[in-house]
Design a protein around this ligand. Sequence first.
Ligand SMILES: [Zn+2]
Length: 260
Amino acid sequence: MAKYNVHGGHNPSGKVACGAKGFLDESKEDRAVAKAIIKYLKKGGATVYNCTVDNGTSKNDVLKKICAKCNAHNVTLDISIHLNSGRNDKKGDKKNGGFEVWACSWNDSKRAIVKRCGKAMEKLGFTNRGVKTSTSLYYLKRTKAPALLFEICFVDDKDDYLMYKAAGADKIGKVLAEAILNKSISTTKASKVVSKLKSGAKVKIKIGAKYGGAASGKTIPSAYTGKKYTVTKVQKNNNQQEALIKQLNSWVPTKYLAIV
Ligand SMILES: [Zn+2]
């Protein structure tokens, strides 16, 4: 399985050599997006190293430390997350600045990944500014593995800001991770419940839940929903997974349970 280095660019917000600031704070958001990408790449089965640097003493020192972290692992791809600036659209002109990806050189594999990433961002509403080439960016030149630098959107464009807030860093991270891996990553509550529900699990019952096993289907009174219960057993019944709730001595389909 593929291995990746991912980092949020610059030093943390408020420190020397931190990122750009506008409606969005680059250092804060690049870390949030990087974190989400890492989370979803891992969910998708990849090995991922977080190469974000939080203790640089200068711009150059941050870059040096990022490359040192990246080059400590043998990976398929290095990914750097940034937010762009320079639109200076304070009022919102209904035009979205958008997403672009930088590399120092291009091959089919990088192009394919970036194409999918651009499409995924377009789906969220962002303009796809496509690929840019730079042979002078320190990070792109000095990583051992092929490297890509993502500019998610513009910090100083109100339209980008609103779109970013509507999508959220987690969702952006998810669609980018899926584009990188070229597969969808399941995050449904059902799969979470199935994998984590076992004897002793603490759960809440969702509103509108049915009980009494798969067949009976009586609605659980709302007085029981929202309280914390304990699972004592999990079984399959008529192709449906259900859990025995200790306090109610009743079987409840696991799709109606949320782990707390
Ligand atoms: Zn940046």
